[in-house]
Design a protein around this ligand. Structure first.
Ligand SMILES: Nc1ncnc2c1ncn2[C@@H]1O[C@H](COP(=O)(O)OP(=O)(O)OP(=O)(O)O)[C@@H](O)[C@H]1O
Ligand SMILES: CC(=O)N[C@H]1[C@@H]2OC[C@@H](O2)[C@@H](O)[C@@H]1O[C@H](C)C(=O)O
Length: 406
C-alpha cells in the first residue's frame, strides 16, 4: 500500500537529455490544495518542493552506444531493444539512489516520471496513405523501472501529443507555466541543453497564451566540435577554448543560413538536423580553408548565441516586450556563450540571468518537470500544451507501467 506524504505526494522525475551526459533525477514533494480545478484551465497551481537532486553520468561505453543509435543505419532493432532495457535498469538505479538521498522508501513514492532517451525525433508532417506518420522515439523501458523499484512508472510522454497532431515537444513549458508565471512581468525561460528551447510566459497570461519552441542547437554543435577537435574533451568547459578564438565570418554566415531558423512555429528539432552530419560538414570546411580549431569553436559558440537572439527577434519580441531572460541547462556554465547572448540581447533591453542567479538550479528543472507531468498523468489530467506543440486538443501524456501487486 502507498503511504501518502503528509499534505502532498512524493514523485521522482528522471531526465536524460539530448546531450547524453547522464541521468538527472529529482525527488519532489507536490502539494496541491485543489487538484480537481486543474482540469481544463489548470487554475490551481501545485506547490513544489525539491527534496533531492542528482546527476549520474553515463559510463563512457553506454554513452558511445547511445550515440550509435542516433544514426538510423546503425540503430538496428536488436541494439535499440537491448538499450531500451539497459536504460530501464540504469534509470531504476538512479531512482533507488535518489530515494536513498532523500531518506524515502518506494512505498512513499506515488510515481516515477521518466522522460527516457530520445534517439530519433521526426515531428514534421509525413503523410502516407492518408495517415500522418510523424514520430518520435524515446527509450528506457518503464516496465523495467516499475518492476525494479516497485513504483508505478509514467514514461513515453511525447507520443500522445503527436497522436493529436502536435510536435511532441517541448513539454517542459507546461510545468514552467505552473511554477514560474508572473502577473506583472513577461519572462523568457531559455534552456540550453543539447538543443536550445525557449518558453515565453506573458505577464498575467493564461495557459493558452504561453508559447515555446526549440531555438536550434544548444550545446550540441559545441560538444561535438570539442570532442572532434580537442579529444578527449566532451565539452568546452566554461567556454574557455572558444574564448581564445576569433570568429570566422564565412563559417558564421554558413551556420546562420540553416533553414531551421526561418521555419514558422510550432517547431522542434534535434540531432537529426544538428548532429553528426552537421559537424562533419564544418570539419570538412575547416580542412578545406585551413581554419584554426579554436576559431571554429569560437564561431560555433557565437552562432549558437546568435540563433537564440535571432529566434527572439523573429518570433518573440514582435509580440511581447520582455525584460528578463532566465537561462537554465548546462549551457549556462559556458561563460563565452552566455556573454554573447547577454551582449546580443542588451540592445533590446533584456537582462540575462541564470537559474543560479535567482537561487534556482540550471540542472534540476527538466527532471522536476517530468515528476510534475507524471503527477497529472496519474490523475488522468491533460498535461500537454496545444498552444506550444500545435496539438489539436489537450491530451493526457504518458504511459503507466504498474509494479507487481505481489
Ligand atoms: N562547466 C561547463 N562548461 C561548459 N558547458 C557545460 C558545463 N557543464 C555542462 N555543460 C554543457 O551542458 C551540457 C548538458 O546540458 P543539459 O544537461 O542541460 O542537457 P540535456 O538535458 O542533455 O539536453 P536537452 O535539454 O537538450 O535535452 C553538456 O553536454 C555541456 O555541453
Ligand atoms: C524530442 C526531444 O527530446 N526534445 C527535447 C530536446 O531537448 C531540448 C529540446 O529539444 C526540447 O524540445 C526537448 O526537451 C525538453 C525536455 C522539453 O520537451 O521541454
Amino acid at each position: 500500500m502507498k503511504q501518502q506524504a503528509k499534505n502532498g505526494a512524493y514523485y521522482v522525475g528522471l531526465m536524460s537529455g539530448t546531450s547524453v551526459d547522464g541521468i538527472d533525477a529529482a525527488l519532489i514533494k507536490i502539494t496541491d490544495q485543489h487538484p480537481g480545478e486543474a482540469k481544463g484551465l489548470h487554475a490551481a497551481k501545485p506547490q513544489i518542493e525539491l527534496l533531492a537532486f542528482a546527476n549520474t553520468p553515463f559510463p563512457e561505453h553506454v554513452r558511445a552506444q547511445i550515440f550509435e543509435l542516433f544514426d538510423p543505419q546503425q540503430a538496428t532493432i536488436d541494439k535499440v531493444g537491448a538499450m531500451n532495457v539497459w536504460l530501464g535498469e540504469l534509470y531504476s538505479q538512479a531512482t533507488h539512489s535518489i530515494m536513498k538521498q532523500a531518506g524515502l522508501s518506494s512505498e512513499q513514492i506515488a510515481a516515477v516520471g521518466s522522460h527516457g532517451q530520445t534517439i530519433y525525433h521526426a515531428p514534421e508532417p509525413n503523410w502516407i496513405d492518408g495517415f500522418n506518420l510523424h514520430y518520435t522515439v524515446q527509450i528506457g523501458e518503464g516496465a523495467v523501472i516499475a518492476n525494479r523499484t516497485g513504483i508505478p512508472c509514467v514514461s513515453d510522454f511525447r507520443v500522445a501529443d503527436m497522436a493529436a497532431g502536435g510536435q511532441g515537444a517541448p513539454l517542459v513549458p507546461f510545468t514552467e507555466y505552473l511554477l514560474f508565471a508572473e502577473q506583472n512581468e513577461t519572462l523568457l525561460l531559455q534552456n540550453i541543453g543539447g538543443i536550445g528551447n525557449v518558453t515565453v510566459l506573458p505577464a498575467g497570461g493564461n495557459l493558452g497564451e504561453v508559447f515555446a519552441f526549440d531555438t536550434g542547437p544548444g550545446n550540441m554543435i559545441i560538444d561535438a566540435l570539442a570532442a572532434e577537435l580537442f579529444p578527449p574533451l566532451t565539452m568546452d568547459a566554461g567556454g574557455r577554448l572558444a574564448a581564445s578564438g576569433a570568429i570566422i565570418p564565412e563559417l558564421l554566415s554558413w551556420m546562420q543560413l540553416d533553414d531551421y531558423y526561418a521555419m514558422p512555429l510550432p517547431k522542434s528539432t534535434g540531432r537529426e538536423r544538428f548532429g553528426k552530419q552537421y559537424t562533419a560538414r564544418i570539419v570538412e570546411m575547416m580542412d578545406q580553408h585551413k581554419w584554426q580549431k579554436h576559431d571554429v569553436l569560437a564561431t560555433a559558440t557565437y552562432a549558437t548565441a546568435w540563433s537564440i537572439a535571432d529566434s527572439y527577434e523573429r518570433f518573440v519580441l514582435p509580440r511581447y516586450k520582455a525584460q528578463r531572460m532566465l537561462i537554465g541547462g548546462g549551457g549556462s556554465y559556458n561563460e563565452t556563450l552566455v556573454k554573447h547572448i547577454t551582449e546580443l540581447l542588451a540592445p533590446h533591453g533584456i537582462e540575462t540571468l541564470t537559474q543560479e542567479d535567482i537561487g534556482g538550479s540550471s540542472d534540476a528543472k527538466e527532471a522536476v518537470a517530468f515528476a510534475l507531468l507524471a503527477y497529472y498523468t496519474m490523475q488522468r489530467l491533460p498535461n500537454n500544451m496545444p498552444s506550444v506543440t500545435g496539438a489539436s486538443k489537450p491530451v493526457v501524456m504518458g504511459k503507466i507501467s504498474w509494479p507487481s501487486p505481489y
